[in-house]
Design a binder for this molecule. Structure first.
Ligand SMILES: C[S@@+](CC[C@H](N)C(=O)[O-])C[C@H]1O[C@@H](n2cnc3c(N)ncnc32)[C@H](O)[C@@H]1O
Length: 511
């Protein structure tokens, strides 16, 4: 129940408020006559000996209970018998002209009078407790007249300190605000992010797996997944970036498309006459490349696959009579199999496909940073010799066109570094009995002899889930001599050479 609150004008206000009084040590005493609590604290309006002072000292308590005739209560509140005085006291709030609310004073009184250990509930009797609410004494009234009003502390909203009105008016006058647009809110559309928001409670490992998945999702073509433990996921996620195209570094230039040349076929190309089909070096025999497989896919012919050295493949392009719309475009059509990067154990990460792959089917290209030979040498000297991701694009070293353009001794061929950036084929391991081959393929510009694609094709039918491998050293001379410094081959094939490549790599990088 709330206590009644009343402001009574006049020099002295007295609240008479309870059915019983309490002594300052907390013990309730029953009284039949009203008791007056004088909260004024002033001395000039009453006899010297009657000045009450709020104090916690026992000896000061007696004068506080006043029976002064001029302090008779002018208002009396009769409260119910079972009233909880402690709680009702909190509700009383009578404003005072001194600025200090009566509540505060009253609570101070209560604070000093509360016992440490509460007394048992007293027996209640009807009666009055009277509280004198102070009115300013003459001395206090004089003092108030001399006081200047206190300025409120600046809070940022004061007009004087933050003249919002003026500023806003000026802004409006300058037309600094954009015009209000009328928007039909019923037709506002919300663009939803296509990427799902990662859940906030995911662990760091889950986050890395998520990151890796996101990276793999950005690879063009059928899905690429991974199957490896958390440690490998962390390494791969943090240290490798997937590419959909070569990353050309400083100093690498592409041939001007103006030098591009194509076939003169009109309509679908005929392999027997298309200018894009290369001739053997020592004869006019054509080197046939692609043909349609039984299920209609464009795949490399078996006689091409069986060649010891795979010559370049010139695919038809925009400069051709067919406008690049013929069968001679297997690499340009892109990857058609799904891939998975997985942990092989001793040979690190490897690559496989969950799909069966047929002989001659294009798998993917080897991508990476394209860097100068000097840069590649510098990187190779710094990096761990046991790992190499460098492919020199020097397949045309002995090509007549290249010799004519760059000279016989030209050796500054560009190098593809797949260590930090690349495609899934960067994870293909070596095997002495491989199931894939790698061939140089020109797609958009036949004149670009320094930047072409390194394309992987299946050497024979590969069952789903089989690791994809190729020969890192196809020019191996067949000797059984083991270089003690060479990286040991762990392919496990019966014909294993025991090593990946001789340590003197700079003389003949892969491809
Ligand atoms: C192009 S990376 C292949 C991906 C590599 N496994 C990885 O985890 O990043 C070539 C490296 O793989 C390892 N490697 C590939 N084939 C191997 C084999 N048959 N035996 C042992 N290590 C092999 C070698 O360390 C080699 O330098």
């Amino acid at each position: 129940m709330r206590a009644q609150t009343r402001v009574i004008p006049g020099p002295t206000v007295t609240l008479s408020m309870a059915a019983q009084e309490f002594s300052l040590d907390g013990a309730f005493e029953s009284r039949s006559t009203p008791v007056i609590y004088d909260l004024t604290g002033d001395t000039d309006s009453e006899p010297e000996n009657a000045v009450p002072k709020i104090s916690s000292h026992k000896e000061d308590r007696a004068p506080f209970v006043s029976t002064l005739p001029h302090r008779r209560p002018s208002a009396t509140f009769r409260l119910p018998q079972k009233r909880d005085i402690a709680s009702s006291s909190e509700d009383i709030s009578v404003p005072s002209r001194h600025g200090t609310p009566i509540t505060q004073t009253f609570l101070n009184l209560k604070a000093t009078s509360q016992p440490k250990t509460p007394s048992p509930t007293p027996s209640l009797k009807r009666g009055n407790v009277e509280v004198v609410i102070p009115s300013p004494s003459q001395r206090q009234q004089k003092l108030f007249k001399t006081l200047k009003p206190v300025e409120p502390l600046p809070n940022g909203f004061s007009d004087r300190r933050f003249p919002i009105e003026t500023e806003e008016t000026e802004k409006a006058a300058r037309r600094a605000y954009p015009k209000v647009r009328n928007v039909d809110r019923s037709v506002i559309s919300f663009a939803l992010s296509p990427r799902p928001m990662p859940h906030t409670s995911i662990t760091p490992v889950q986050s890395l797996r998520y990151e890796l998945n996101q990276k793999l999702k950005r690879i063009k073509g059928p899905e690429v997944t991974f199957d490896m433990d958390d440690e490998k996921v962390a390494m791969l996620s943090a240290n490798f970036g997937f590419l959909n195209e070569y990353k050309l570094q400083d100093g690498i230039t592409r041939a001007d498309p103006g030098f591009n040349a194509g076939c003169t076929c009109s309509g679908p190309c005929d392999p027997a006459s298309c200018d894009c089909v290369e001739m053997e070096e020592d004869s006019d025999n054509r080197i046939y490349t692609y043909h349609p497989s039984a299920d209609g896919q464009i795949v490399l012919r078996s006689d091409f696959l069986k060649r010891k050295r795979h010559p370049r493949i010139l695919e038809c392009n925009e400069a051709c009579g067919c406008r690049g719309k013929c069968w001679n475009t297997a690499v340009q059509r892109g990857r058609s199999v799904r891939l998975q990067i997985f942990d092989t154990g001793g040979r690190g990460l490897g690559l496989r496909s969950p799909d069966p792959i047929i002989a001659g089917q294009f798998i993917d290209t080897y991508l990476g940073e394209v860097i100068s030979k000097q840069e590649a040498d510098a990187r190779e000297n710094v990096d761990d010799k046991n790992q190499s991701y460098l492919f020199t694009l020097d397949h045309n070293r002995y090509d007549g066109d290249v010799i004519e353009m760059y000279g016989e001794d030209y050796d500054d061929f560009y190098v593809v570094d797949g260590q930090k950036f690349g495609s899934p084929t960067r994870f293909m391991n070596h095997s002495c009995n491989p199931n894939c081959i790698i061939a140089p393929v020109y797609t958009t510009n036949h004149a670009d002899h320094l930047v072409y694609y390194l394309a992987f094709f299946a050497l024979h039918n590969i069952p789903a889930g089989t690791e994809l491998t190729f020969d890192y050293n196809p020019n191996w001379d067949g000797s059984n001599k083991i270089d003690p410094n060479a990286v040991k081959c762990l392919c496990g094939e019966p014909n294993c050479r025991g090593q990946l490549w001789p340590n003197a790599r700079k003389k003949g990088r892969k491809a």
